[in-house]
Design a protein around this ligand. Sequence first.
Ligand SMILES: [Mn+2]
Length: 317
Amino acid sequence: MSRAWKPWASLAAAGFPAWQVERLFLAGIVDVGRGRFRIPRRARIYFEEQFPERAAERPFGTLLSAPLPRVLWLGLPYTNLVRLAHSTAVGLADILAAASPETIPVIGVLPDDAPSMRGHEDIEGLVDLAAELDLRLGIIGGDHRATWSMLRTVKSALPGQAVQYVHVDAHHDLYGYRSDCPPDHINHASFLADLLQRGCIDRAVLIGRRDGDEPLRAALDDGLPIHCTATDEAWRPADWSDDAYTDLAVDLDVLDARLAPAVSSPIGEGWTLDALLHKLAKIMSEARIHSCSVVEAGGGSPATTKAALEVIELLGT
Ligand SMILES: [Mn+2]
């Protein structure tokens, strides 16, 4: 094969079947992509191995020739191994097993149970592709570090871009915050402090929070650009920009714990699923969402899986 990119149409016209391209791709002999983007090989291999029925519904040939869907989903099975019974990796598997290929097109699943350099390279490529093709990129977690990985890569993929983040979550996820430096340890409860302190995001909007005020108060006192919405209606802060890149993350623990019991840190008095879907529809009608993630669904809970699927389907519209 040549080192230069070849248009798929010319290979097909020369009698080169899609399955041969797929075998060369999976063996690491050729790259397949569009523009600067390369299909993340690790994610495709793992998806085909672990979810063969799902992968068969969107065969490799369609990645070569069919129009890409409006929203592309990547599975990211980050998990906290302390609680394997409610593992978010199993939660992702439950979601993918029940997902409709028509409404939830999955490009692959990265075989990572924690953030990695290679994973971030793959995500950065997808952020780049989504911007180039005007698609929305979605990540299905996995725990909330999935959002961290997405937002750690946006400014390197899109230099100079201002980034806004809408955090729909029962928690502020600023645990471990201290004024002098980012947290030592990134986990699902501390990642937002890291993103803000490193300048990966320029504005964060917290919606649905009902955990304690500390250390949120300390972060606000230090001037971190966090906006906490007190009411459902006026969710956009005064300095909201319609030109900035905007990421939206939904932590399923924003729901009442009786409706989505398989989350790692449930808090009572949460939202109904209808209230969450209504809120997300309102946000999407009032802001352009460039990327999104749905996180913290654990395994073995049909109610949690169902809630995740409804949120994912809505974010895919
Ligand atoms: Mn969270």
